[in-house]
Design a binder for this molecule. Sequence first.
Ligand code: HSE
Length: 400
Amino acid sequence: MEIAVLGYGIVGSGVVEVLNLNQENIARRAGKDIHVKYVLDLRDFPGDPVERMLVHDFKTIAEDPEVEIVVEVMGGVNPAYGYVKECLERGKSVCTSNKELVAKHGAELLEIAKQKRVNFLFEASVGGGIPIIRPLNQSLTADEIMEITGILNGTTNYILSQMHDYGYDFETVLKKAQELGYAERNPEADVEGYDACRKLAILTSLAYGKQVDYEDIYTEGITKITTEDMKYADAMDASVKLLGTGRRENDKFFAMVAPRIVKKSHPLYSVNNVFNGILVRGNVLGDVMFYGSGAGKLPTASAVVADVVDAAKHVGTNIMTLWSSKKLALSSSEEAESVFFVRVPAEEKEAAGKAFGAVKEIKAEGVTGEFAFLTEKLTEGAFAEKSRQVTVKNRIRVEL
Ligand code: HSE
């Protein structure tokens, strides 16, 4: 079976490497040999074996009827969207790791794939090498998904883990993460939570079968988390993690990305450094958790190639995926309830009691001059109202 790879960056070169490395096993599982006929990239790679397959013009791939599966690993919405759409319309299956593309156009591309009896697969778009898209589509189908909560970004998880374990501040660890290649030179998409937000949009759309627009998800990053916050978290036998959470409460749906205090007893507490973890709560199954390498060349390529195998096994058959373009009505984040951890100046202890009522004081070794406490469970709206009566140094939601 002839395939083409759009983009010879980190993931694209990983896909070619995995296909070569595990060629025989992949052929056995797919029931046929998988052969890369073309790799599309604007650049030249002199001396690289990929040279033989390299093309600079998408049309060569689109117009070649021999190419039955196209791997899109270019990233970004454009020109990936146009290319993927054209491939599907021409009856080629597409496997992608591109979360921006899937979050924005997933429902439409799935619909085209269905009409053309091909497949649009995107296992690698969330959680890198962790199987989560296929389990949601094919394994957890007996359940109503009550909650899906994940550590969906390896860069921020690395930063928070290092802050927690070694007491470093955010800027110091960010610099180290950039030196190690875990964080981009422009780290905004990771540290502001945008990457996790797109992944959560994909997960919630699949969990509830309707479109969740990432623009509608309340998103907070980790840039305001301090060494003091980590000391308090430690005092509570907890850590701070960036969580993406989609939740169903009766007929209401909530989605939010925010740093949260996660206690040692929580299943996601032990997901550290660049690893990702996704906890799914079903109404009959209970809890199930997926853990593993959420980023990186080979783990991501592993998920992409697994999609290629699946596409090769389903020639002429569309694997049904429930994701309608009809929008899921998310409830306002103002209505979402949390316990909040709050820090105010020491002299505002009384004011904090007046504003929030019964609070539980939290002390951390070496942090002075302030009063820190846990509130009762409050809505975001009520918290915002009450917190106007004090000078909040920082506040972090607590994962129960
Ligand atoms: N920047 C992402 C992360 C890469 O750190 O998880 C994988 O999507």
